[in-house]
Design a protein around this ligand. Structure first.
Ligand code: SF4
Length: 301
């Protein structure tokens, strides 16, 4: 191979791989190019990029990652689509117990300063709460003032309504798992920005992969759009199922097929517009039917 990678491109690749490692993403796949569509030079460049990415990833994997991961990564190989270039897995991949896996993810998160929300008035990181083996998981947008104070998602007025919704389904709050797209309170309860969601959500993906829920309910448009990576209105997003696999990570349970995802209104929106509670109840009934939960006698208040 006569081509070598441009130093600037190699540096950019190294930075990208380092960032992915920090986010807990270790698996890199190369999509096989359609050879007939590539010129000879492009084909050679593609090979150089592949081997360079592999080399960059390997060299980064051997670097000490103090401050990024408290746990040691394990080298593994997995079968998958495309050609595996390099795999170094976060520690939770090696444990099947979701309690231990969540603990390892929390340790990796540490006193996170990865996005600007860490310096915009947060009191603490709000990791997530609930049953680590939950079949049902709720994902909201981000912590508010009460959540920031108490360190637990959905504990304010919206949390009370979510509790009522869960109860109306015939479940208890401790039966489900609750988390948010971002784990630090955006100032003034503003909507989390794209870079904040992109930086924080890999940890949520790892939590989902550890918990392996059957169903995820996205609460509100921000959660839905971030989880599904699609831009659509609530009326388009609601009322149907999506197949969901956490992006960039995998579960320790290779038999886990992923979750089904439904979208409903955020409880804070329902507090502002109670007329939509009936619509939210329809969404929850769809979830209950799928999970085989007996319809309760009373709907959410
Ligand atoms: S929002 Fe997430 S990524 Fe940003 S500082 Fe908090 S924990 Fe870290």
């Amino acid at each position: 191979m006569s081509l070598t990678l441009d130093p600037e491109l190699r540096r950019a690749l190294a930075e990208r791989v380092r960032y992915c490692h920090e986010m807990g993403i270790y698996d890199f796949y190369r999509r096989e190019p359609v050879i007939s569509e590539l010129t000879e030079a492009e084909s050679e460049t593609s090979e150089v990029l592949s081997s360079s990415l592999s080399a960059v990833s390997t060299s980064l994997a051997s670097e000490p990652r103090e401050g990024m991961f408290s746990s040691k990564a394990a080298a593994t190989r997995v079968a998958g689509e495309g050609k595996l270039l390099e795999t170094n897995s976060p520690a939770e991949y090696r444990v099947s117990d979701p309690v231990a896996a969540l603990k390892l993810i929390r340790e990796d998160l540490g006193n996170c300063t990865r996005c600007k929300l860490h310096q915009q008035g947060r009191k603490q990181i709000v990791f997530g709460v609930g049953n680590p083996r939950a079949e049902l998981m709720f994902v909201g947008e981000g912590p508010g003032a009460d959540e920031d104070t108490q360190g637990e998602p959905f504990v304010g007025r919206a949390g009370q309504l979510l509790n009522n919704m869960i109860k109306a389904m015939g479940l208890r709050r401790e039966d489900v798992y609750i988390a948010n797209i971002v784990k630090c309170r955006p100032p003034g309860n503003r909507t989390p920005e794209r870079d904040e969601c992109e930086t924080c959500s890999p940890f949520l993906m790892r939590q989902i992969a550890a918990i392996k829920p059957k169903v995820i309910v996205a609460l509100g448009a921000v959660a839905a759009k971030n989880l599904l990576a699609i831009n659509a209105s609530m009326s388009e997003l609601r009322g149907r199922w999506y197949d969901f696999k956490p992006a960039g990570v995998r579960s320790s349970d290779t038999a886990w097929p992923g979750a089904r995802l439904a979208v409903t209104y955020h409880p804070a929106f329902l507090l502002r517009d109670p007329r939509q509670k009936g619509e939210a109840w329809k969404d929850l009934q769809m979830v209950m039917k799928y999970l085989g939960i007996e319809p309760p006698k009373k709907s959410a208040e």
